[in-house]
Design a protein around this ligand. Structure first.
Ligand SMILES: [Ca+2]
Ligand SMILES: [Ca+2]
Ligand SMILES: [Ca+2]
Length: 147
């Protein structure tokens, strides 16, 4: 079941119930090239800002075990236009890798947070605001097939 929530000043935010049984709520943008602000809720959300490189999406999961989805293909060369996660919680939330494995990425401190980048291109998949890089390990990643 797929349903449009509301057109939010040009943002195309869709609501998608993956599993009513599990009450998993998934919020993602229409896969256009727009800049999106996605905000989850208390449920376990999957948040995906859509395809496109250098289009900064801002993701907030809220409480619950959320999965923030990204792809190497859409990684950005500059942190200022990479996708940002404002409330990543290690050991609770996870980074969902659509087109790679955890061995394809690395992470390091940047701008008071942590950037997750593709080891081949150095392009940034996510910037985790306020998170120390020492808090991350391989268990914080999961392979997804969402898109
Ligand atoms: Ca987007
Ligand atoms: Ca949530
Ligand atoms: Ca969360």
């Amino acid at each position: 079941m797929r349903r449009c929530l509301s057109p939010l000043s040009g943002f195309d935010i869709m609501l998608y119930f993956i599993s009513i049984w599990n009450c998993h709520l998934c919020i993602y943008s229409h896969p256009s090239l727009g800049t999106d602000t996605l905000i989850g809720n208390e449920a376990n959300n999957k948040l995906y800002g859509g395809a496109g490189s250098g289009v900064k999406d801002t993701l907030t999961g809220g409480s619950g075990n959320d999965i923030f989805i990204c792809s190497i293909e859409s990684a950005a060369s500059d942190i200022s236009v990479a996708d940002w996660i404002l409330d990543f919680t290690p050991d609770s939330d996870k980074i969902g890798l659509e087109d790679g494995e955890v061995s394809d990425v690395a992470w390091s401190s940047a701008s008071g947070g942590t950037k997750i980048y593709d080891t081949q291109s150095d392009n940034i998949l996510f910037y985790l605001e306020g998170i120390d890089e020492s808090l991350l390990d391989a268990d914080d990643f999961v392979i997804t097939d969402f898109v």
